[in-house]
Ligand binder design. Structure first.
Ligand SMILES: [Zn+2]
Length: 166
């Protein structure tokens, strides 16, 4: 199984509203496998959304086990955030914008609904870095990038100096 190249801003696929997945078939399993493999190749990556490999479908992977060893990989198909709590300003980056990090408001508690790779529905609460990552990836599926949340480009957007990715 191959990994894929990461699409870099301003690639137009990153701005598309993704299509919901309706067929839970081998094509979906292959997409999930390629996303998982591509994410694993990124040294600090903790999440990836299908548009980042050029596929405008509502599929994302969240895997914060690099930062929290007991965390399990989440396969998110058609995820929707239902509730957000505990807002926090934090520094964030994105594999599709490798040259920048920014301070922006995220939430350390989110409740969301999603389907797994078999089409089963789940209602889940994530906290901490996993919650922040879920928000970031669901944004990707709606064509939203972290820079869109930056309120002041002058004070809150930074050129990336170290080679850290997420
Ligand atoms: Zn991203």
């Amino acid at each position: 199984m191959k990994s894929a190249a990461i699409r870099i801003f301003p690639d137009p696929v990153l701005r598309k509203q993704t299509q919901s997945v309706v067929a839970f078939d081998r094509h979906l399993l292959k997409l999930i496998a390629v996303l998982t493999r591509t994410l694993r190749k990124q040294p600090c990556g903790i999440g990836i959304a299908a548009p980042q490999i050029g596929v405008a479908k509502a599929v994302a992977i969240v895997d914060v086990s690099k930062r929290e060893p007991h965390a399990a990989r989440l396969i998110l198909v058609n995820p929707v955030i239902l509730e957000r709590k505990d807002p926090e300003a934090r520094k964030e980056g994105c594999m599709s914008l490798p040259d920048y990090t920014a301070f922006l408001k995220r939430h350390r508690w989110v409740r969301f609904r999603y389907q797994d790779e078999h089409g089963l529905f789940h209602d889940k609460i994530s906290v901490g870095i996993e919650a922040v990552c879920v928000e970031h990836e669901v944004d990707h599926l709606n064509g939203v990038l972290f820079i869109d949340h930056v309120t002041c480009l002058k004070t809150d957007l930074f050129p990336r100096t170290a080679g850290k990715h997420r």
